[in-house]
Design a protein around this ligand. Structure first.
Ligand SMILES: NC(=O)c1ccc[n+]([C@@H]2O[C@H](COP(=O)([O-])OP(=O)(O)OC[C@H]3O[C@@H](n4cnc5c(N)ncnc54)[C@H](O)[C@@H]3O)[C@@H](O)[C@H]2O)c1
Ligand SMILES: [Zn+2]
Length: 357
């Protein structure tokens, strides 16, 4: 079992290992010794696979366990689901020392975290991510929330977990397309901050089938967890360094929204990274050879690096995006493999930047 510590307003560990789902009860007891009740939040794809193991591990340690299972998918990430979770906790006498445990992908983690952040003005949350994207990104760092009809993640709270338990063998059941999508976020860490991760990813044999090499995947997940922990430790509240995690996301979000969320998040991030990488070369910010390597690696992992969105559409979309602060947009540029910078641009400068391609 590996351990990565996140040092922020409340320090916690990310533990990573094969089969550690069965340790959930013991690990929960260690970090929340006063808790008596646990609400496991999960969804219709993940609960049939893993609920029983997590539940028996928790009951084995004497916890009273309750469940809230919602229909899998982003369309469930709304206030009705949260209200359902609040209802189960309220009817069963949950107190401030009790726990919400998220068992699932990023949708589950964001919602369970938000229900925990708001119930009784904040109870504990434990993250047990089961998708690659949630393991490397979503479940670390305390961003929680739900979508509104007007946009994704419009309501939320910062609420750090007490522990993050990552059982890498859960990835065995992840559909191929969902795994590939998670690789979009993995590549992001390599490009913005982690040359060693880049070396691992570019040196891996059989990239399209990397998921079969579980030991390597575990190394990669641990590196990403370490990278995210570092960023959160430096900038928990998203005022500086944390914004670099948005590399590829500014344009990616617009593509995602314009597809009516039919395109997966990680796929849109890959496209967004490709678009920014190409534009960076043309504006003299990034060496062409390096850009070519980054683009081919995105494609080697089965992800697209282009989209037919026009610079004008991207500018329009970004103006509605939350990354716009005041009159400027924070665009994350990679200036070398493993190095990034936050570049403030007006909407028109952003348009000109994209138009160079
Ligand atoms: N809080 C953050 O910092 C943060 C960061 C990035 C993304 N997010 C959020 O995360 C969400 C995307 O996360 P996601 O891609 O994990 O989505 P998801 O939770 O919808 O999971 C993707 C799909 O994989 C299935 N699944 C998950 N684990 C499985 C397993 N082990 N076996 C079989 N199927 C499994 C799910 O049922 C779903 O169909 C978005 O809502 C996004 O806004 C949050
Ligand atoms: Zn993302």
């Amino acid at each position: 079992m590996r351990r990565v510590t996140v040092n922020c307003s409340s320090n916690y560990d990310v533990v990573i290992g094969k089969g550690i789902l069965d340790e959930t009860g013991r690990l929960t007891k260690q970090v929340c010794p006063k808790a008596q009740k646990v609400l496991i939040v999960s969804e219709s794809n993940v609960a049939p696979l893993y609920m029983d193991r997590v539940k028996s591990s928790l009951t084995g340690e004497g916890f009273a366990v309750f469940e809230y299972v919602f229909e899998a998918g982003e369309q469930s990430k709304n206030i009705a689901s949260i209200s359902g979770m609040w209802g189960v906790m309220a009817s069963n006498g949950f107190t401030r020392t009790d726990i919400v445990l998220a068992l699932g992908g990023g949708v589950t983690g964001d919602m369970a975290g938000f229900a925990a952040a708001t119930f009784l003005r904040g109870i504990k949350v434990i993250q047990v991510p089961t998708s690659l994207l949630a393991m490397v990104d979503a479940c670390i760092g305390g961003k929680t929330g739900i979508d509104l009809p007007q946009g994704k993640n419009q309501v939320g709270a910062f609420h750090q977990p007490s522990i993050v338990i990552e059982d890498t063998s859960c990835l065995d059941t992840l559909p191929d397309s969902v795994f590939t999508e998670g690789m979009g976020e993995v590549l992001k860490y390599a490009y913005i901050m982690d040359t060693e991760l880049y070396e691992i990813l570019s040196g891996a044999e059989d990239k399209a089938d990397i998921r079969k090499n579980l030991d390597l995947i575990e190394d990669i997940i641990a590196r990403c967890a370490y990278d995210k922990a570092y960023v959160i430790g430096e900038d928990e509240n998203d005022n500086g360094l944390r914004q670099t995690l948005n590399f590829g996301h500014t344009v990616g979000h617009v593509i995602e929204r314009d597809s009516n969320f039919t395109l997966a998040h990680g796929v849109c991030v890959a496209k967004g990274m490709g678009i920014i990488i190409r534009a960076s070369v043309l504006s003299g910010k990034l060496d062409k050879d390096k850009a070519d390597k980054m683009i081919s690696l995105i494609e080697a992992y089965g992800l697209p690096s282009e989209d037919d969105i026009t610079p004008e559409e991207a500018r329009e979309g970004v103006l509605n995006d939350k990354k716009k602060r005041g009159d400027t947009i924070s665009v994350i540029l990679v200036t070398d493999i493993g190095r990034s910078e936050i570049c403030k641009m007006t909407a028109d400068e952003f348009l000109q930047f994209l138009k160079r391609k």
